[in-house]
Design a protein around this ligand. Structure first.
Ligand SMILES: [Zn+2]
Length: 281
């Protein structure tokens, strides 16, 4: 059970920010009858039947140390304090615990612009925004930019944590698959949001994929048509989920999930009783 894993020359580590409130799966997955959870209850839900997500990002850097790209994938929910716990986000402290200072980060990739993935993008001081990772270019899908920048009323998290990056000259809008560092590229998996993207890491014959919100609960690795209310387009999100998880299984990719529990969030898609299932590494 790990919180970090090596893909060839790269080490990919989870960077914990905070925990979500407990949620009722009947509210989050309104199309899934309660009885359909039964086979998954023991490991996908808490004993009281509730679900809880971790808010995190990941950092990718050279496993052996030395000079090389430092890529952040998502930046958590932000400093807080968060109403459901009264505590602050811990993203920067945990990043420093991985030996990475904000100024070391060379690129940020945002899987999608929901509030729990962009929270540490920008730091506000005296009413002025500055990039929290001052030397990084932030990569965001053009389709998410177009959708969320046109929302009315304005999307508060987007306006505070994404739009300022443009004026600060730190934003690169992404269409399709682009390489952000050697062997590290975006991979469109639209549906959760219009521009949702995974990050593919290929090094020394191994492949890892960081999946953002392609799935929120471990049961969705088996029940790939289950969609949370957070999915923008459930036909598209289901197609993306099936496609990515099938490739991950077929090609033996290591999957770094966005929201699964700490220590169980990195895994492989295996076959169990003739169906796809999650196996933490
Ligand atoms: Zn999320």
């Amino acid at each position: 059970m790990s919180t970090k894993f090596k893909i060839g020359k790269y080490l990919i580590s989870t960077v914990q920010d905070h925990i979500s409130p407990f949620r009722d799966p009947a509210v989050v997955y309104p199309n899934v009858p309660a009885a359909d959870w039964d086979p998954y209850r023991s490991f996908a839900l808490f004993p009281d039947g509730k679900a809880q997500s971790q808010w995190r990002g990941h950092v990718i850097k050279l496993a052996g140390g030395g000079k090389g790209p430092v890529v952040l994938v998502d930046t958590g929910m932000g400093p807080g304090p968060h109403a459901h716990t009264g505590r602050n986000g811990e993203f920067l402290d945990n990043l420093k615990g991985e030996g990475v200072q904000p100024g070391d980060v060379s690129a940020v990739v945002i899987t999608h612009t929901h509030g729990d993935h962009i929270g540490w993008n920008v730091t506000w001081e005296g009413g002025k925004p500055k990039a929290t990772f001052p030397h990084a270019i932030y990569h965001i899908a053009q389709a998410d930019w177009d959708f969320y920048s046109a929302q009315s009323p304005k999307n508060d998290a987007f306006e505070k944590q994404v739009r300022p990056l443009k004026e600060l000259g730190r934003l690169r809008l992404v269409r399709g698959q682009i390489e952000v560092a050697p062997g590290i590229s975006t991979l469109p998996t639209n549906g959760h949001t219009p521009g949702h993207q995974c990050v593919l890491v290929q090094a020394d014959g191994q492949t890892g994929v960081l999946t953002g919100d392609l799935f929120h609960n471990v049961a969705q690795v088996t029940e790939q048509h289950w969609c949370p209310t957070f999915d923008w387009n459930t036909d598209l999100s289901t197609a993306s989920r099936r496609w990515l998880l099938w490739r991950a299984h077929a090609e033996g990719w290591v999957v770094f999930s966005g929201h699964l529990g700490s220590g169980k969030s990195i895994g492989r898609v295996v076959e169990r009783n003739g169906r796809p299932a999650w196996e933490a590494v």
